[in-house]
Design a protein around this ligand. Sequence first.
Ligand code: CUA
Length: 679
Amino acid sequence: MTGIKRLIALLPVFLLALTPVCFTSCKNSGEEKKAEKQAADVDMPASVEEIAQERGLTPKDVEAALKTYMPSGRYDDYVIFASGGHSGQVFVIGVPSMRLLKTIAVFTPEPWQGYATGSKESQEILSEGNMPEGSDNKLTWADVHHPALSETNGDYDGQFLFVNDKANARVAVIDLRDFETKQIIKNPNTISDHGASFVTPNTEYVIETTQYSAPLPYGDYAGLDQYKEKYRGLATFHKFDREKGRIDESQSFSIELPPYWQDLCDAGKKVSDGWAFCNSINSEMAIGGINEGNPPYEAGISQREADYLHVFNWKKAVEVFKQGKAKQLNGQNIIPLDTAIAEGLIYFMTVPKSPHGVDVSPTGNFIVASGKLDTHATIYSFNKIMDAIKNNKIEGKDDYGVPILNFNDVMEKQVDIGLGPLHTQFDDKGNAYTSVFVESTLAKWRLGPPEYDGPDPWTLVEKIPVQYNIGHVVCAEGDTVAPDGKYCVALNKWSIDRFLPVGPLHPQNFQLIDISGKNMQLLYDMPIGVGEPHYVQMIKADKLKPWLVYPEVGFNPMTMSVDPEAASVGNERIVRNGNNVEVWMSVIRSHFNPEHIMVNEGDKVTIHLTNVERARDATHGFAIDGYNVNLSLEPGEASTVEFVADKPGVFPFYCTEFCSALHLEMMGYLLVQPKEPKS
Ligand code: CUA
């Protein structure tokens, strides 16, 4: 029996196994019967074989297709939240189909969602992230790096998502009830971050660390010749108020750090809860200057054999902060480095060869770090770290007095996995999956007890090539206390020859890999036409409980409550007060009310709109031609637009969503009477 024939022979069994899954979501027994009849009638095997032959598909291809195909109307098992890279947004993608479900606007205007394209509420959120000063302090792009799902007891709870902007050191909060951005924090003393966003096991804090150091406080000037003295990094612990769904900066604090380039972090979990681990490079404190005859950064930073993994006792840092031992710089609470050392809040561990990722294993016992120029994953034992701290097993101190734990006392194992290991995720069977950049592979290897109790611990199991240049990897819930196994996605920087050429700027490549079987299997390539999506979190779809429509009519997504200024049916009106014209407008298929808004040139116009619909998907838009306005009003949503009517003339406004047969007719006029009639 050929492979294809075997697969085809198995197809009816496969379909039978799947049908009950469908039936649980089918609405009525009539549909069940219809589906059963169709399954029986269609001569699947012959046609599948023909199709496979015609398209030149191997049995493995057919298997991969069956594992990823979602029939119309069926939902994916997992959802990934992918950083949108330079787009400043977040992509929501279904797994295993790899269908793009949504783009969430975060750091950049997004017209479809009406994000910062007219609505007062979203404009205010985006403005929170502006630079504090300068002639043009508005930031119009971001470099989104690491999304983090909120956790309860170290497991994803599906409530919130946090993402950072490396380019400007910002952290955003997205509420997963409506998949909308609620808050953007501009770190007042950090100009560049990379080690963000990472949450503690109950989302008490969102961790953000500086990448490229700058003088502290932000705004001070010091030349690079004063790098060691004046430049500093920061680890910021943003306090998350789950009730309010916002970061509370008054309860947040930072720890001053040496000017090494702090990198990725992970919070301890279970046994290591209360601790956090952040990698760094540039312990050389190289200052570059290729144009002045100095070694370039890439060489200067790679001189030493090892850099420092920062070990933070964040729970103790909270106490120290509450004792009033932080000072305020630019309104931010900062625990000085000397205080942090004296209070035992910070220790270093050495990591060979320019480390990058750091990942805590599901039980919290192991901390996995890897050097970009190394072939090993280096695994540290949390118990050994605690023992070294307790018994002062240190190999010295850095230039700033931070104790360096003795490498051989804290290191558990080194596993040889391939050249250029970056990031590690975990499954439910005691395996780790590490992205290997230089080799372009995903490496599966075994942990040791208590994560894995079987034969051959701490050994490489299998490697699978990926196309190409893998950065991060994500596996299903693979950084939680309870990974699912099943799938990983390789986040590849280069696609080279994988897709139809579309010019010199090529898509990046998300590759779905099945890890549930004995061998890893590549299932699907998903081109990402936006650079550079960086990291991803993968959550079981049934943990997400998003609203299908806003819970009440007149709901303001920013306050997550009914807006007292919301317009309602029967209460639509236009009120003039001096030069201020305020409009309360209801929105429903297929009209706005009022339809005529007459103002004078120079009037300040405020329009409160409410979509009074309750039907799922009955979204309306509200665009004013020539005034650069477009709102999205989802069912129940209230939104406000404010502008000065400084352009005299006649401006149609209309609904930008194809909402009904009479969608074209859903419009009105803004009439702006000129101050002086044209002669
Ligand atoms: Cu409402 Cu088109």
